[in-house]
Design a binder for this molecule. Structure first.
Ligand code: HT7
Ligand code: ZN
Length: 855
């Protein structure tokens, strides 16, 4: 398959300032007529090339004349020779939404018809220059059966509607904002709306509606509240107002991603809209608010200012993730939110950056752009924007973002435009900072502190190394903003106050005078740079920081590092010194100044996968043995404290407030430690928690704990859960996931059996993710030494690829980590990849991921 390169970018040959679309909608056969006003862009003689994917032109006309022979197909592309500089081109195509299992373009989901166009789905709907730098004004007419599709929605504002022949009706929508075709959307279906209202700060009224199946209306209140809060937040923090009279959101059950920011008509995976306490966990509620905010914020960072080409994807996604992270931090505990975001980065992005699929946040090439909706583009992209924010400060960053939005409003921009706006608005020299956009790999920072007690001097030696990644052997030093301080031990006071040090060179030395007490280094506070820190801090230093660092992130981090050092040493030597970790956890649990949500984050051990990421050669059995051993010690030695925490977090009734959420999280963690300690009543406690729960968080927590064990309560709970929630697809997903994540040795067999369960289907991406993606992150089960986990995933990749290549391709990375594993597993993983790549008619999506993983 052809490779698309950033360096080959050329401005479009033809622009399309206006497009009128006419849809005769029917799930079996939809007729799409398009009328494009095209203008030649510059002086050239090249023909008009309109992208298509699976389209057959029924008719083509230019300036009202049917064309017989002045067009041709170049593969999927429609090529038309045009004599003048401006023409009207009309095409007609036929689609079959109900057989569109890829969920790109126009497709059917649960009786609805809906679209997904980002990145390149519009070419599956009509012939068009499907690239983000062609911006058009859209006028859309839809007609459909009135009984089956009483609601007809598209971007922008409704302008007319009426009844047609044979029980049909029609509606017309007009979007006054020029937009790239990836932001086009329509929805037709039998939907009900939760309606609300927002008045912008300049006094413009906006009608808000969240469209769902009638029965789901009671589950939309949280999303609506999140939408209104996001709208106000973007006005307050970024000065950005909404710009249309209507903002519609539609929830659909079958969706490849989380949601889509189509102008004025966001389409969501229903899991990021529907919530009530009985069916959604606290994490679900938080994710809903975060995704609703994310899509809303795209109205400026993505829609008003869009991307010039898909290499600039992080321009909108990294920036928008940074914006949604800020929003979520402001809704609850900023410290806990930061910890969650960093955990996510480490779980998803660090391994990507260290593996065969590593790429910079602005990639140089791709085969299939859908493969680049990655943790690197999104989450590392957000970290890079965050570093700008840290280095410039909030006020100057805001000057930069104001200039960026004003300068590029209505345009398709680049990452370079973003950095240039930050530079021009603030006068900061960001020349070296630009390296963050082009260099892949997670920098490793060495930070060693030396103390000369008699002289009262401390010396901090810093160095950085950006590791080689595919296609990038040698790297240049990047600017690394490190918020750091020195804490005096034992007083806990800052003997050197916090400062922002930007490490620009490969090495640097910092000297501190007048240090009267032994200093302990607190570094990368707030995770100010997305790097790995290695330092000469020992277990005593880390334990001290975990109890005293005033920066909450650094405090959490010290505990994580202490645990990690203990586990890594345990894997290497077979000897585990449990005491420092147990003691540090005991102190944290007993600290009355800490809130429960924060304690919960601190007392959890790093995942088995994250421990593996620290090792040169991963042996999952050795890691599991050492980690389980430490968990058991923590459970047993602190049994009384866990019982206290469990009792202290018992709620009388459900509330969705930060303290109540923190209590629920700590409660299930305490239950998990009691279970692993072998406490006799732990299974009963879990069953009681499950059956007495008035919310899904407690219920799912108990189910997760029981799913790991062999108690009779396990089967009883799984059966009860299934019976209660069988009819609710989003909750049934949790039932599949709980089993896929089990630490039991028979999990591979159980997962295989679940894949044959009548409720399992490859047609629904949520269901695939709930079982297969969940299983693939279960380090123990997936890497079962028999190799059947790898075989199962390989079979799934091949099967899903026939139906939905994007979803299949997202299953590949766990196998792509083969080089990191011990030789027996590495060979089995590699041969699974080889088996997949040999399958005939593989999609571009899977081919790219598998072939790159084998190199
Ligand atoms: N911008 C949206 C990306 C998206 C997407 C990408 C590939 C295939 C399907 C998709 N659905 C949505 C989502 C976002 O980042 O807001
Ligand atoms: Zn996004």
């Amino acid at each position: 398959p052809p490779v698309i390169r950033r360096a080959d970018y050329q401005a479009p040959d033809w622009l399309v300032p206006e497009i009128a679309l006419d849809f005769a909608l029917d799930p079996a056969l939809t007729v799409v007529k398009a009328r494009l006003t095209v203008t030649r862009n510059g002086a050239h003689g090249r023909p008009l090339r309109l992208d298509g994917d699976g389209l057959d032109p029924v008719s083509i006309a230019v300036d009202g004349e049917m064309l017989a022979d002045a067009w041709r197909m170049d593969g999927p592309v429609l090529v038309i020779d045009l004599p003048g500089d401006a023409h009207v081109v009309e095409t007609e195509v036929r689609l079959s939404p109900e057989t569109n299992s890829q969920l790109m373009g126009l497709y059917a989901s649960g009786g609805l018809l809906c679209t997904q166009c980002e990145a390149e789905g519009f070419r599956r709907i009509t012939f068009f220059p499907d690239r983000p730098d062609v911006l058009s004004r859209y006028h859309v007419r839809m007609a459909a059966d009135k009984t089956r599709f009483p609601v007809l929605l598209a971007n922008g504002d409704p302008v007319a509607q009426g009844d047609g022949p044979d029980g049909t009706h029609w509606a017309e929508w007009h979007d006054p904002f020029p937009k790239p075709c990836y932001l086009f959307a329509l929805v037709a279906g039998d939907l009900a709306a939760n309606r609300d209202h927002f008045v912008t700060r300049s006094g413009r009224p906006v009608d808000l509606a969240i469209w769902v199946r009638e029965a789901d209306l009671p589950k939309t209140a949280h999303a609506m509240q999140a939408l209104k809060t996001s709208m106000a937040w973007d006005e307050r923090v970024y000065g950005r107002e909404y710009d249309l009279a209507i903002f519609n959101i539609v929830a659909v059950a079958d969706f490849n991603f989380g949601a889509m920011e189509n102008k004025g008509l966001n389409i969501f995976n229903s899991r990021y809209i529907l919530a009530d306490p009985d069916t959604a966990t606290d994490a679900d509620f938080d994710a809903i608010a975060g995704v609703v905010a994310h899509e809303y914020f795209h109205n400026w960072s993505g829609n008003r200012v869009t991307c010039r080409d898909w290499f600039q994807l992080s321009l909108k996604e990294g920036f928008t993730v940074f914006r949604d992270q800020g929003f979520s931090a402001d809704q609850g505990s900023p410290a806990v939110k930061r910890i969650e975001d960093v955990k996510m980065l480490r779980a998803a992005q660090f391994p990507e950056d260290a593996g065969p699929l590593a790429h910079p946040i602005r990639p140089e090439s791709y085969i299939e752009i859908s493969n680049f909706y990655t943790a690197t583009i999104y989450n590392k992209g957000a970290e890079i924007v965050r570093m700008l924010h840290t280095m410039l400060g909030a006020a100057r960053f805001r000057q930069g973002s104001d200039l960026y939005f004003d300068r590029h409003d209505g345009e398709a921009a680049t990452c370079e435009d973003f950095v240039a706006a930050m530079e021009d608005a603030t006068g900061e020299d960001l020349a070296q900072f630009r390296l963050w956009y082009g260099q892949a790999g997670t920098p490793r920072i060495r930070a060693d502190l030396e103390y000369d007690a008699p002289g009262g001097r401390a010396r901090l030696l810093l160095s950085q190394l950006v590791p080689p990644t595919p296609g990038q052997d040698a790297k240049q030093p990047m600017p690394i903003p490190l918020r750091l301080a020195l804490l005096g031990e034992p007083s806990g006071k800052e003997v050197v106050a916090e400062q922002l040090v930007v490490l620009k060179d490969a090495q640097a030395e910092l000297l501190f005078e007048g240090v009267a007490e032994r200093p302990v280094l607190s570094i990368n506070r707030g995770f100010s740079a997305p790097v790995v820190i290695e330092s000469n801090r020992n277990a005593t230093d880390l334990a001290f920081l975990s109890a005293n660092d005033p920066d909450p992130f650094a405090r959490f981090e010290a505990m994580q590092q202490l645990m990690l050092d203990t586990l890594v040493a345990g894997v290497a030597t077979g000897q585990v010194d449990h005491a420092p970790v147990v003691e540090a956890i005991a102190k944290t649990l007993a600290d009355p100044a800490l809130d429960q949500a924060f304690i919960a984050e601190c007392v959890l051990l790093p995942s088995e996968a994250f421990v593996g990421d620290q090792l040169l050669v991963v042996d999952p059995d050795a890691i599991a043995l050492v980690r389980e051993g430490l968990r058991r010690e923590i459970g047993t030695q602190l049994e009384k404290a866990w019982r206290g925490a469990y009792a202290g977090t018992a709620a009388n009734h459900y509330a969705y407030t930060p303290p109540a959420k923190g209590a629920r999280r700590l409660r299930t963690i305490a239950l998990g430690y009691l279970a692993v300690s072998g406490a006799e009543d732990a299974d009963d406690m879990a069953w009681r928690q499950y059956i007495d729960a008035d919310n899904m968080t407690d219920r799912q927590g108990a189910l997760g704990v029981l799913a790991n064990g062999h108690a009779p309560a396990r089967e009883k709970t799984l059966a009860d859960f299934y019976k209660r929630y069988q009819a609710d697809a989003l909750v049934l997903d949790k039932w599949f996931t709980a089993q896929a994540l089990s630490t039991r040795p028979d999990t591979v067999a159980a997962v295989r059996a679940l894949a044959a369960h009548p409720d399992f289907t490859l047609a629904n991406p949520n269901r695939i993710r709930s079982l297969v993606n969940a299983f693939a992150v279960n380090q123990r089960a997936f890497n079962d030494v028999g190799g059947d986990g790898y075989r199962f995933l390989g079979e799934m990749i091949v099967a899903v690829d026939q139906i939905n290549p994007q979803t299949a391709a997202r299953l590949v990375p766990p196998l792509g980590r083969w080089r990191r594993f011990e030789p027996v597993r590495a060979a089995m993983m590699r041969s699974e990849l080889e088996r997949i790549v040999a399958v005939p008619d593989l999609s571009r999506d899977v081919y790219e991921q598998v072939s790159k993983s084998l190199v």
